[in-house]
Write a protein that binds this ligand. Structure first.
Ligand SMILES: NC(=O)c1ccc[n+]([C@@H]2O[C@H](COP(=O)([O-])OP(=O)(O)OC[C@H]3O[C@@H](n4cnc5c(N)ncnc54)[C@H](OP(=O)(O)O)[C@@H]3O)[C@@H](O)[C@H]2O)c1
Length: 325
């Protein structure tokens, strides 16, 4: 029987179990995919711990790439044999084979392999909507400064390259000097080790006291208030993750200077097949043209999923990680 990763209770990496599952035929609007690679994302940690609540038992994983085995009634854009990839709810991508809604599944261009596909959909589509659509009043122009936390991570390294391609000056933060160096090599114009340096003070220095137009903050609790200090008047804080824990209730007085805060989510952006395809086309163009390279820095067998989670949470990883079923 095919294998999948499931949890019966919320908790640490030890709750991840490899189980046998029986997979049926796809229903209307669904597709059955045999995975060649599964993506690992920080949202999987939030699902495992229960920070983002779901009913138990719960299959984990939101990103994968593989081959279509069968399509259900009404699915027009895919057929058996297609190479595909996706970032999508419901969770359950850590598996050998699954049935899922076809709406968020797109064909993978020939030049992109399965590992890259599994490593880039959730993270790359996130960078797409952050840099292209989550912009401050008046938009972003060439030469503008943006601050991007965790710049050497999965989302972060894609953002460094994408920002460079847009002509932006991305100031990246990261948790070690080696990670800072990596962010610089991948397109960050400046890098700050926020475990040893005061990142708000450094941002002020780098921008000649002006601050940045937008901060992309996926760290949450540990960085939120200092991120606001980095903004120029009318600047935007996009708080899109909580790797250090959720942001506590906010005193609106902190937004003086006419600042804006948003809490964006990829899943609002990929709610329809049309929006998913348009965003994926942009991502595939960036990767196909070589402007963005997808780094798979960690590979694990599906059975090593607990180790993969430990590495991700202990800040050992850089770039993307994949599970190989
Ligand atoms: N809202 C959305 O649409 C959306 C979509 C995708 C991802 N996200 C968010 O984007 C972030 C990045 O996702 P990813 O999958 O690419 O992960 P990742 O960046 O590869 O890994 C998380 C990184 O966060 C940093 N970090 C800082 N404080 C941490 C702490 N206390 N514990 C653990 N890590 C800490 C670490 O980098 P350093 O060591 O360099 O600090 C770590 O490597 C996550 O917060 C995720 O939830 C949000």
């Amino acid at each position: 029987m095919p294998k999948a990763v499931q949890i019966q209770q919320f908790g640490g990496p030890e709750v991840l179990q490899l189980v046998d599952v029986s997979i049926g035929d796809p229903g209307p609007g669904e597709v059955r995919i045999r995975h060649q690679a599964c993506g690992l994302n920080y949202i999987d940690v939030y699902h495992r711990t229960g920070l983002y609540p779901n009913a138990l038992p719960l299959m984990l994983g939101m990103e994968g790439a593989g081959i279509v085995e069968a399509v259900g009634e009404g699915v027009m854009h895919l057929q058996a044999g297609d190479r595909v990839a996706y970032a999508s709810a419901p969770p359950g991508a850590y598996c050998e084979v699954r049935v899922m809604p076809a709406r968020c599944v797109v064909k993978l261009p020939d030049g992109i392999d399965f590992e890259q596909g599994a490593a880039m959909m959730l993270k790359g589509l996130t960078v797409q909507y952050l840099l292209r659509k989550t912009q401050p009043q008046g938009g972003l122009r060439e030469g503008d400064f943006v601050l991007f936390h965790a710049a050497a991570g999965g989302v972060g390294l894609i953002a460094c390259q994408w920002a460079r391609a847009m002509g932006l000056q991305l100031i990246g933060t990261a948790g070690s000097d080696a990670k800072c160096q990596l962010a610089l090599e991948q397109g960050a114009s400046h890098a700050i080790n926020y475990t040893t340096e005061d990142f708000a003070a450094r941002v002020k220095e780098i921008t000649g006291g002006r601050g940045v137009k937008v901060v992309y903050d996926s760290i949450g609790k540990d960085t939120f208030e200092r991120s606001l200090e980095c903004l120029a008047p009318f600047g935007l804080l996009a708080s899109y993750g909580n790797a250090s824990g959720p942001v506590p209730p906010v005193n609106l007085g902190l937004l003086k200077g006419s600042l804006y805060v948003t809490r964006p989510s990829l899943f609002a952006h990929i709610a329809t097949r049309e929006s998913t395809q348009a965003m994926a086309d942009d991502l595939f163009e960036m990767v196909g043209s070589g402007k963005v390279k997808i780094r798979v820095d960690q590979r694990y067998a599906l059975a090593e999923v607990a180790l993969a989670h430990r590495d991700l949470e202990s800040r050992k990883t850089t770039g993307s990680s994949v599970l190989i079923p």
